[in-house]
Design a protein around this ligand. Structure first.
Ligand SMILES: [Cu+2]
Length: 51
């Protein structure tokens, strides 16, 4: 895991299937790829990608 940078926060827009809280049997085990976005100093960057 990467060291944590200073940031306002992390976000995952859109509640993609397979992300935390959108996983498990009720979702039929479906998984989508998604990015975790990091917001800092007025800009947004991809912090992590999950396939
Ligand atoms: Cu959700």
């Amino acid at each position: 895991m990467k060291p944590l940078p200073s940031a306002i926060g992390l976000a995952v827009p859109g509640m993609p299937d397979g992300s935390p809280g959108m996983d498990g049997p009720v979702y039929g085990g479906r998984r989508e790829r998604y990015d975790v976005l990091l917001r800092k100093n007025g800009s947004t960057a991809v912090f992590a990608s999950h396939a």
